[in-house]
Structures are given as structure tokens and as C-alpha cells.
Write a protein that binds this ligand. Structure first.
Ligand SMILES: [Zn+2]
Length: 252
């Protein structure tokens, strides 16, 4: 099973491409790549190739000529499909178009008329007597009435702190000079808010007059956790009788 070379007669292994003795091509030579085309050209009859080129009917050239025609047909189909899609979409939009209104648009109010906003506490079934009293007290702090004149300045201060013990800022403000009882830290609202909300209410320790217009008060209260052991110097607007509190200087 050896391949014998035609040129030199050397024996080669089976299916060898080149002769081991003279390097010539053996009959079993099979080229790859471009040389295969060369081989085809060399072996094909030149007359038939020329004839095929002349009439152009069979062979590779005919398939190549078909390719552009297929491209044209494909492009035409795409264009027709696009036009059909476009017509369909525009028709669909026309069909969905908003219908014309018969008359003007009537704007509805966001809410209907609301009744009187004035509170009618008595009409509310869920309001307790205590809540009504608190509401009345809150409303009363706006207009503070002066307390009845007291002969003694110390007595005025004692009544002032007694009202604070009860958390009644409105009554306490009645002993404050008129210029300061309307607003600020000595106003009824401010004193009610603070002394009315203590964790431990104010308790009076002592009240004594130091000078004609100065009274000292000692008290204690607890706003949060810290106990206040208070000492205050209260300056009166004028000497008794009818003295009102002008200012208070205190440690707490
Ligand atoms: Zn050879």
C-alpha cells in the first residue's frame, strides 16, 4: 500500500501529497486554500467555462445576478409594509380623537358652602364640662381684669403666687402692672401655659416685704425632674395701697 512516484520511482507512504525522494506532487495531492481554485482552473475544460460565461444561464454567475434583484424585492416589501402601518396608525388616531363638546365646560366647586365657623361648644355632645371650662378660661386670658386693690404689697404678691399655684395665669396677671399683663412672660397666657403644666405645682414657702416697693417670695415647683427651690425679688409699680407687680427677678 505504498504510493510510487511517477518522476523518480521512490516509494511513499499512502495518501502522501509530495514525494519523499524528489518533492514532486503525488497523485493523491489535495490542495487547500487558493491553490484549490488554481487546481480547478487547471483541470476544468476551458471551452465549457467560456460557453457558460457567454450565455450566462447556469453556474455561479447566475446566482450572483439574482442577489440584487432579491434586495430590490425585499426593499419594496418593506416600503409597502411601512405604508400600510402608517395608514393604520393614522386611521386609529382619527378614530380615538376626542369628541367635540356640546357646550361650555361647567366647573364644579371644590367644596360646597361651609356653615358658620363659630364654635358652638354646647351643641357638641362629646365635649365635657371640664373642656368647656378650659376653653372659657383660655378665651378669658385675652382680656385680663385688674384685681381689686390690695392695701399690702406682700398680700398682693401672695395672691399672685397663690393663683400660680392653681395654674391660673389669668388671675395672677390681674396683679401685674397693666403695661405687662397683656403680653410677655407676665401675661395670663404665658403663666397659665407654664404654671398650669408643671409636673409638681408651685408651692409657696414664704412672702415678706423687704422694702416699700420690694417683696421677697420663696417657693418650690418641679417643671421636669429638677426641683426648683425658688427665691424671687418682686418689684412693685408703686408703694401700697393698690400696688401692682412691675418686674420679678428670680433664680427659677
Ligand atoms: Zn519522486
Amino acid at each position: 500500500m505504498t504510493e510510487r512516484c511517477e518522476h523518480c520511482g521512490a516509494a511513499n507512504r499512502p495518501r502522501a501529497n509530495f514525494c519523499a525522494g524528489c518533492a514532486a506532487k503525488l497523485p493523491g495531492f489535495a490542495a487547500t486554500g487558493p491553490s484549490a481554485l488554481e487546481l480547478l482552473d487547471a483541470t476544468a475544460p476551458r471551452a465549457s467555462a467560456a460557453a457558460a460565461r457567454a450565455d450566462g444561464a447556469p453556474g455561479i454567475q447566475n446566482d450572483m445576478a439574482l442577489l440584487p434583484r432579491r434586495l430590490v424585492v425585499g426593499g419594496l416589501l418593506l416600503a409597502i409594509g411601512f405604508m400600510a402601518w402608517y395608514l393604520y396608525v393614522t386611521r386609529a388616531v382619527d378614530a380615538v380623537a376626542v369628541p367635540a363638546r356640546d357646550g361650555p365646560i361647567a366647573l364644579q366647586p371644590a367644596f360646597q358652602a361651609i356653615g358658620s365657623l363659630e364654635p358652638q361648644l354646647d351643641a357638641l355632645p362629646g365635649v365635657s364640662a371640664g373642656a368647656r371650662a378650659a376653653a372659657a378660661r383660655t378665651a378669658g386670658t385675652a382680656r385680663v381684669a385688674a384685681a381689686a386693690p390690695v392695701d399690702d404689697a406682700a398680700e398682693t404678691v401672695a395672691r399672685f403666687y397663690r393663683a400660680l399655684s392653681a395654674g391660673d395665669g389669668a388671675t395672677a396677671a390681674g396683679y401685674v402692672t397693666p403695661a405687662k399683663r397683656g403680653q410677655g412672660p407676665l401675661s395670663g397666657a404665658a403663666m397659665t401655659a407654664f404654671y398650669g403644666g408643671l409636673a409638681e405645682p408651685l408651692a409657696i414657702r414664704s412672702v415678706r416685704q423687704l422694702e416699700a416697693e420690694v417683696v421677697e417670695a420663696r417657693y418650690s415647683y418641679r417643671a421636669t425632674r429638677t426641683l426648683c427651690e425658688g427665691r424671687a425679688l418682686i418689684t412693685m409699680e408703686s408703694p401700697a395701697p393698690g400696688a401692682t407687680i412691675r418686674s420679678i427677678s428670680a433664680n427659677c
